[in-house]
Design a protein around this ligand. Structure first.
Ligand code: ZN
Length: 280
């Protein structure tokens, strides 16, 4: 449901513009019917339940599928005819996976964006510096990567984002531009905290869903392959959110993906190279 715009100033593909209207309509409908019934109106129970489930459904869809634009309009891609796309890696850095990924990217001359978890990055600042030294971009992926991030108060998340941005600045020399919310889930506090932290929300055009130990490399590769075109933002995982654990699928997916990209003449650049800041 992404929206594709066609003027020079609107090449960024963001979530659907109508999502917030959908939320407003379902909210007004549910509240109106509930108020009507509370004040003695003849509103059948099934109608009220229908309106309330519509509202809950809109909220759930908005949190889980940011491309619907219900709570925010994250960046999903970029319209370009140049043979460029953006590979991104979440939940690292990982002491085993990240160096292997860096070597693979170097071999093909690609640059990527690493959405690191602050608490993990703080423990591996040498690796963080190595990512930057090799020409890649660092993105903010929160400090703790809590599964319930969409339910956090904006002030709590803002503190997390600022701590992570501060760490990334100390290594990269500048504050990060991008925030990818944990698991790509958005809510009003997530959107507000990102805005107050001066970060641009980004999710992805396609994700390999390879961030768990049980992930299958063939299905992850197939998901990415469907969006392997100029301007795509492809998400993979070099780490997992917890202290231990190691995603394996990425090391099987990436060589296949890079070889397919070479076949199609596609090159990965950092998100900020793909999407110049004046295009925000
Ligand atoms: Zn993540």
């Amino acid at each position: 449901m992404s929206q594709q715009l066609n003027t020079q100033a609107e090449l960024v593909v963001r979530g659907w513009r109508g999502g917030q209207w959908l939320l407003a309509v379902s909210l007004v409908l549910a509240l109106g019917l509930a108020a009507g019934r509370a004040f003695g109106g003849q509103v059948p129970t099934w109608v009220l339940l229908w309106a309330l489930s519509g509202l809950l459904g809109t909220i759930s869809v908005g949190v889980a599928w940011p491309q619907t634009g219900v709570f925010a309009r994250p960046v999903l891609g970029f319209r370009t005819s140049a043979p460029l796309l953006a590979l991104t890696f979440d939940d690292g850095p990982h002491p085993v996976n990240t160096p292997q990924i860096l070597d693979l990217l170097d071999r093909y001359g690609h640059r990527a964006t690493f959405f690191v978890i602050g608490a993990k990055a703080e423990q591996q600042q040498d690796l963080l510096a190595e990512i930057v030294r090799r020409g890649h971009e660092l993105g903010n992926h929160s400090w703790h990567h809590r599964p319930w991030t969409p339910a956090l108060p904006a002030a709590v998340l803002l503190q997390e984002l600022q701590s992570a941005s501060h760490l990334l600045k100390s290594v990269a020399g500048h504050v990060p531009r991008w925030f990818r919310p944990p698991m790509g889930l958005v809510s009003p506090p997530v959107a507000l905290a990102a805005e107050r932290a001066g970060l641009d929300l980004v999710t992805w055009t396609a994700t390999a869903r390879d961030g768990v130990a049980s992930a299958q490399s063939h299905s992850g590769f197939a998901r990415l392959l469907r969006s392997l075109r100029p301007g795509s933002i492809l998400a993979l995982h070099d780490g997992v959110p917890g202290r231990s654990g190691r995603p394996h699928a990425v090391l099987a997916i990436l060589p296949q993906l890079l070889s397919k990209m070479q076949e199609r003449g596609l090159r990965s650049v950092t998100l900020s190279e793909l999407i110049p800041s004046q295009q925000r």
